[in-house]
Structures are given as C-alpha cells and as structure tokens.
Design a protein around this ligand. Structure first.
Ligand code: GCU
Length: 421
C-alpha cells in the first residue's frame, strides 16, 4: 500500500514539476495577472505625435511629412513590427479560376494566385475576389481571413488552400464574420487571403511562410529589427493590393483594408505603411493594434510577446513589463494613417483588448488629423453602446464578445459609403 502511495505521489510530483518547467520556459510565470481595474492603470505619459524626437514642435504639414512621419514609422519598424522588405523579390499573378455567375448570378468570383517566386511551385498566396456586376471599377474591402478562403462563404467554387491548417476547416465555417452578399449588394468588391498562405501562425523559428525568401545568405532568422508574422501579414495585404491595381474591374484608389483581432493589427500596420490604402478599419485589434500599450489594461506587451513570440520583432521584447520605456504608442500608429479615414471598433466584453485604450488612440491621434486639414475624433468621451461616431475618424463599441459581426460590417459599409462614394 505504501509503495502504491509512494508511486502515485512521485507521479504527481513529476507532473507538477514538468508543468512548472513548461510555464517557466514560456515565461508565463513572469507575467503579472491582467489588470481590468481603471484605478490600477500605471501613471503614463504618451509621446506627442507632433513633437519631434529632437524635442521641437512640428510647425506645419510639410514638416510632418518630411520629418515627423518618417521618424514615427521608423520607431514602429525598428522597435515593434520589424522592418519588412518594401516589395517582393518576384511577383507574378495568374487567374486560377473565374466564375461570372457566382452568388446565384449576382457576382463575379475570381481566384488569383500571387506567386512570390518564378518557380510556380514556390511560395504563393491565393486572393479570393468577389465583385458586383457593375459597369464601372468598384471599391473593394480587402482583409485577411483566419481559416482559409473557403470558410468565408459556403461556395463550392472556392479552392481549399494547401497551406497550414486550412484543409481542417469546413466550407462556410466562418461565414458569420463575412457578409459577402451584403457587401456585394452595396456595390463593393471583397478580396480576401488566408493568412496562413503568407505565414502560418505559430512559432516555428520562421522556417515556413515567406520570411526565408528574404534571408541573406547564411541568415536563419529575422534580425532583431526585422519583421515578425504581423509584419508579414501586413506585407501580404500590400501584395494583394499590388494585384488589385492591375485588375480593371477594381478601383484601386478605393481599397479599404480591414481586419479583425490579430488580423486587425495587421490591417492597421499595412494601412500605416502603405498609403495606397484609402481607408483603414480595425475590429477588436487590441494590444499591438489600436489599444494603447502604456495603459497595460488587459493584454500587455509582456503577455503578447510571451504567448505569441513570433508576432513582433525581437526588439519589442525590451518593453515586456516595461511599457513606460516605449518611445511610441498606438495613437501614433493611427497618426501614420492620417489624413486618410480610419475606423476602430471595440466590443464591450472584449476587455482583454482594452476598448477604452482603443478609443483613446483615436482621440490622441486627432491632433495629427487637424494638422493635415481634417477633423479628428468628434467626441472626447467613449460613446454609448451601439452609438456610432462617424467622420474622418470613426468608432463604435457594441455589446457582446470579441468577434466581427454583421452590426460591425454595417457600420464599416456606411463608413466606406461616406468616404468612397
Ligand atoms: C489572442 C491575443 C490577441 C489577439 C487575439 C485574436 O486573444 O491575445 O492579441 O488579438 O488572440 O487574434 O483573436
């Protein structure tokens, strides 16, 4: 009996020790519990987007474009998302499928393979494009999807990506996040790419995905200031736009880049870097997206870098549990989008993403909109649930959880109508 007790004890002891090792290796033990209490937010000072690093105030629009904007862009590149190659080493487009009678005759559906290597068997991503049947080039919503192009709508004509986990998902599985027909009926096209085509979302040391294509000879992983996965996804959005520019049915001057959650972070970073995007929309993007890092409310820099070590560049880890040292914050990411229209949306129950921090980024980016001749956020306090704030800068918070819903899309279509029609 004693032996049995002893064995059981030893087994449990081993399990506990193993679990502890695992958590310590991942750094979880070092992460303080998430704070959801406004009164426990650390005192913080936000860098002023209109003060140069030299301490001088930006005097006018030319100085913004020539000095301050490049300074801010470089901070996000060097310290957070990492530098990305500005273009592809090779870029080829081939229309893989086309159906002029999709959605019961209401739309045209195309699939375009974007090749990143001359060798057609090499790295590539597939752009799924739905277009309304109109006689003029149409504005388009462009966003990455989480589970594969075939999951956004139950349409047997959509190919299933061979990349990463796409084949594990059902057709139409994520259709609640993608009201395709509603978008088409409103005169917009919809373009989407499976994010796993660009870079599978796990920490594999950057062996798969597009990073290795750009390694120098002998390089085995990105340098500390080179792109992580969010940088790669944002880069993929710009390469999808490179294709849209060539498609005569699309008005590439009216492309809205949109994303939910981690893909909302990617949409913001794409919109900040690539000024060809006419409108930028972030849905529940939270930490590393629209939410201010220095509030350390909900998800923090330390927790995101620990749970997702591949998302940002290595330099970003300097700010784990040390947000005060950040030379920038997410309001400056929004400022990089100015004077173009930007919309941020939150969900009440999505406290992990810090709704208030998402709202405040818009507010504190607003002086840059004013400098560039536009109105920033028209309110100073968070609006009531379901109330929308529209203008060059848009915002809403709806009841419910972390998701992109029809309610959100209806606001985004309205926002796009306001600016693009
Ligand atoms: C996690 C992560 C968030 C991210 C979200 C998502 O919750 O911590 O930062 O936005 O996943 O992408 O769904």
């Amino acid at each position: 009996m004693f032996k049995c007790f002893y064995n059981k004890f030893a087994a449990w002891y081993l399990v506990v020790v193993l679990l502890l090792c695992l958590f310590t290796v991942n750094g979880y033990t070092q992460q303080p519990e998430a704070n959801y209490d406004e009164t426990r937010i650390p005192a913080y000072t936000l860098p002023d987007p209109l003060v140069l690093q030299s301490g001088k105030l930006v005097t006018g629009e030319p100085q913004w474009w020539k000095e301050r904007r490049p300074e801010i862009l470089s901070l996000f590149e060097m310290e957070m998302y990492g530098r990305a190659p500005s273009t592809a080493t090779y870029l080829g487009f081939s229309v893989a499928t086309q159906d002029t009678n999709a959605l019961n005759g209401k739309a045209i559906r195309k699939e375009i393979t974007v090749h990143f290597t001359k060798d057609k068997q090499g790295a590539s991503m597939s752009v799924l494009l739905y277009l309304p049947k109109l006689n003029t080039p149409v504005p388009v919503f462009l966003g990455l999807n989480f589970r594969g192009n075939h999951t956004i709508i139950d349409d047997p004509g959509i190919s299933v990506s061979a990349h990463w986990k796409a084949a594990e998902h059902r057709r139409g599985e994520d259709s609640l996040s993608w009201p395709v027909e509603r978008i088409i009926e409103n005169g917009y096209g919809l373009a989407t790419v499976y994010y796993g085509d660009i870079d599978p979302d796990f920490d594999d040391g950057f062996l798969n995905g597009i990073h290795p294509l750009f390694f120098r000879e002998g390089q085995t992983k990105p340098d500390p200031d080179e792109w992580g996965s969010i940088g790669a996804w944002a880069w993929g959005l710009s390469r999808a736009l490179d294709y849209l520019v060539t498609d005569g049915a699309v008005d590439a001057r009216r492309v809205v880049v949109i994303g939910h959650s981690r893909l909302g972070k990617a949409a913001l970073w794409a919109g900040a870097q690539d000024q060809r995007f006419a409108v930028v929309i972030s849905n529940n993007s939270g930490c590393g997206g629209a939410a201010l890092s220095k509030r350390a409310f909900g998800e923090t820099v330390g927790s995101i870098n620990t749970a997702f070590p591949h998302w940002f560049c290595m330099n970003f880890r300097k700010f784990n549990n040390n947000e005060a040292a950040l030379p920038m914050d997410q309001h400056m990411l929004i400022a990089l989008i100015a004077p173009r229209p930007v919309y941020v949306a939150s969900a009440e129950e999505d406290r992990w993403a810090d709704p208030k921090g998402e709202f405040l980024s818009l507010l504190y980016a607003s002086p840059v909109y004013s400098l560039l001749g536009k109105h920033g956020l028209s309110v100073k306090e968070m609006p009531a649930l379901n109330e929308k704030v529209m203008g060059t800068v848009g915002y809403h918070i709806r009841p419910g959880r972390h998701a992109i819903t029809l309610f959100d899309w209806e606001r985004y279509i309205e926002f796009a109508d306001l600016h693009l029609h």
